[in-house]
Write a protein that binds this ligand. Structure first.
Ligand SMILES: [Zn+2]
Length: 96
C-alpha cells in the first residue's frame, strides 16, 4: 500500500483558533469507505491534522482496481509520519 493513512478525521467546523485536542474531540474517525462527497475539504490527517483528500473522490476503487486512499493535499503534512516517502525509481503514477 502507498497510503499509510488508515482513517481520517472528519471535522465539520472552523479550524481557526481551536486547539488540536478540540479537533480530535469533535471529529469523527472515518475510513476510506465511509467517506462521502459532502466531507470533501473537511477531512484531516489524524497525525498532523493537515488537510486530506480522498482519491478517487467518489469511488472506492481506481479504474485499475487499486483501492481508494486518503492522501495529504499538496503542501500539507510535509513532516507527517503518515506521509508516504517519495520512492526512488517511481513505482506508481500518482493520480493527483
Ligand atoms: Zn499527516
Amino acid at each position: 500500500m502507498i497510503s499509510r493513512i488508515k482513517y481520517a478525521l472528519y471535522y465539520n467546523g472552523d479550524l481557526a483558533g481551536v486547539s488540536n485536542n478540540f479537533i480530535h474531540e469533535k471529529s469523527e474517525k472515518i475510513l476510506v469507505r465511509d467517506f462521502s462527497i459532502h466531507m470533501k475539504g473537511k477531512i484531516l490527517c489524524p497525525s498532523c491534522l493537515g488537510r486530506l483528500a480522498k482519491s478517487p473522490a467518489e469511488k472506492n476503487y481506481f479504474s485499475n482496481g487499486r483501492a481508494a486512499c486518503f492522501f495529504h493535499i499538496k503542501g500539507e503534512g510535509l513532516d507527517c509520519n503518515l506521509r508516504s516517502k517519495p520512492k526512488q525509481g517511481k513505482l506508481y503514477d500518482t493520480e493527483e
